[in-house]
Every structure is written in structure tokens, then in C-alpha cells.
Design a protein around this ligand. Structure first.
Ligand SMILES: [Zn+2]
Length: 299
């Protein structure tokens, strides 16, 4: 038995087959070509399903960018990255076409569940997941379940205001968390302070070479990151925070920077029970989480 798992990102669609025990049996990827719109995207999804579907397939789990009402499998908001995507009820479309169960959920929520099922959050019931990328995405798991909120768009941590009258954000507001603590923000900060355009990997390489200037930039950026974390810790009192995105490759090195910074801001008893971990399932987390939700739906 297997599940077809699809993870739709802004630039890439990852897809594959996942076993009922959470093993990724097969995986591959193709370009999203988001600007070509929803019809093109649907064609790609159909092609993937028709390539992978066999007599052992029990359902389709889809993780995707954007604000998604996972209870009904519909895209309800977000940016217009994929024209026509908002308003699409993918679950309805797929279940009608293929006559097997399907789910659709936001990618960070899926990553959180994927990490809970087969990664860094195994055995944890109350934890948060934050992904650092172009923006900052969030997922909240309480008592082993996603906290979705009234209209299913909870955990948009990236738009919490942390600086008054700060940098303009795409959401219309100023000073949003993601404008200071995302990967985009780190690159901007490095360019402002040092006057050189480097990518994330290059910045961390400089830090590993004991380049003090870059260490200061990373420390400042991490300080913004933990400003947001401190607020979230006081609200949720989590036992674990999983940090995902490209920076998770920095492992314990970055984890220690975050931890040190947090110690200056958060009361001890909150931190004593809190673990910070880098995501372990990287590119597979979205597919795993979508598969986990599919299994929950069938149950
Ligand atoms: Zn914003």
C-alpha cells in the first residue's frame, strides 16, 4: 500500500510515493512554473498522479504553499504567486477525478506533521515549527494535532510585528517578523552592514572562518529571530521548536546561537523544558506530513 505525496512549492514540485509506515519509497521533482497559472499546475499534478498511481495506492496527500483550509482542502489566501490558485478546491477536484481520498494542507503545517511522524518532533505533542526561507512560515501542533484557527489560517508567524515603523512587508504592514528574521532578511542585513552580496551558505562559511563582521551580522539576525520566538514561547509554552528551511543544515552551530540569545529574553522555567532542534526531514517533510494527514483522514 502507498500514498502519492506531492509538495507544491513556489519554484519546485516535489513528489513521490510514501509507505504507510512513513518511508519515502520514491521521490522526484519538477519545476512549478508558478507564473503559468493554476491550469498548468493542475495538468502537472494529474501527470504526476497518473505516473505514480498503481493498484496499491490508497490516496493522495498534497502539501502546498499559500493559505489553505486543510479541513476542506481549499486554497483560501496568500500571495498571487500561482495565478488562479486562490479559490481552488484541490481535494474536490482530485477525489472526483481519481475516486480515492485526498488531502491538501499548507506546507509548513505539513512539515510540522512530517517532523512529528518521522523526524525531529517524534514523540512530541506540543511543539512549534518555523521555517526560515524567503519569509517565515509557522506550524502549531497542540496535543498532537494542528492548530488551524477559525478560518484555518493560524500560525502566520511571519507577519507578527516586531519593529515599529520598520521595513515594508508584502502583506501591507511594516516591521513584520519575516522582514527581519527570514533568509531574505539575513542577506539584506549582510549587504547593508558589509556592502557585499552573498548567499546564505556563503555568509555562514565566512562565520565558520571566524570572520567577525559576518558573525556580528548573524548574531544580530538571530537576535531578531529569537525576539519572535520569545513571544511564541510565552504564548504556547512548547516543549520543542523545530527550525526548518535551508538554515537547518547549520545544525547545532546555529542552534546554540539561538539558545544563547533566548537565554537573555525568556524566563528560565520556560526554557528548561524547551528543546530547539533543526528539522531532520528537509525536503521530505512536506510529503510526509501530507501523507500523515491522508492516513488520519482515512482512519
Ligand atoms: Zn507582513
Amino acid at each position: 500500500m502507498n500514498i502519492i505525496a506531492i509538495d507544491i512549492g513556489g519554484t519546485e514540485i516535489k513528489y513521490g510515493l510514501v509507505s504507510l509506515r512513513g518511508e519515502v519509497i520514491f521521490s522526484s521533482s519538477l519545476l512549478t512554473e508558478a507564473s503559468k497559472g493554476v491550469e498548468q499546475l493542475l495538468e502537472k499534478i494529474y501527470k504526476i498522479i497518473e505516473e505514480l498511481k498503481n493498484e496499491k495506492t490508497i490516496g493522495i496527500g498534497v502539501s502546498a504553499t499559500g493559505q489553505i483550509d486543510g479541513r476542506i482542502g481549499k486554497v483560501v489566501g496568500g500571495t498571487n504567486l500561482i495565478p488562479g490558485w486562490i479559490g481552488t478546491n484541490l481535494v474536490e477536484i482530485l477525489e472526483k477525478k481519481y475516486r480515492i481520498p485526498a488531502v491538501l494542507e499548507n506546507d509548513v503545517n505539513c512539515a510540522a506533521l512530517g517532523e512529528m511522524w518521522m523526524g525531529a518532533a517524534k514523540g512530541k505533542e506540543n511543539f512549534l515549527c518555523l521555517t526560515i526561507g524567503t519569509g517565515i512560515g509557522g506550524g502549531i501542533v497542540l496535543k498532537g494535532e494542528l492548530l488551524r484557527g477559525e478560518s484555518s489560517v493560524a500560525a502566520e508567524f511571519g507577519h507578527i510585528q516586531i519593529v515599529k515603523n520598520g521595513v515594508q512587508c508584502g502583506c501591507g504592514s511594516k516591521g513584520c517578523y519575516q522582514s527581519y528574521a527570514s533568509m531574505t532578511a539575513l542577506l539584506r542585513l549582510a549587504e547593508e552592514k558589509i556592502g557585499k552580496k552573498l548567499n546564505g551558505k556563503e555568509i555562514f562559511n565566512e562565520v565558520h572562518k571566524n570572520n567577525i563582521k559576518y558573525k556580528e551580522v548573524v548574531d544580530e539576525w538571530a537576535d531578531y529571530f529569537t525576539d519572535g520566538l520569545a513571544t511564541l514561547i510565552y504564548i504556547f509554552n512548547p516543549s520543542l521548536i523545530v527550525v526548518g528551511g535551508g538554515v537547518s543544515k547549520q545544525g547545532s552551530f546555529l542552534k546554540e546561537i539561538f539558545q544563547k540569545s533566548l537565554e537573555k529574553k525568556v524566563m528560565k522555567n520556560y526554557l528548561e523544558i524547551l528543546e530547539i532542534k533543526m528539522a531532520e526531514r528537509g525536503n521530505d517533510a512536506g510529503m510526509l506530513g501530507a501523507s500523515y494527514l491522508l492516513l488520519e483522514k482515512i482512519k
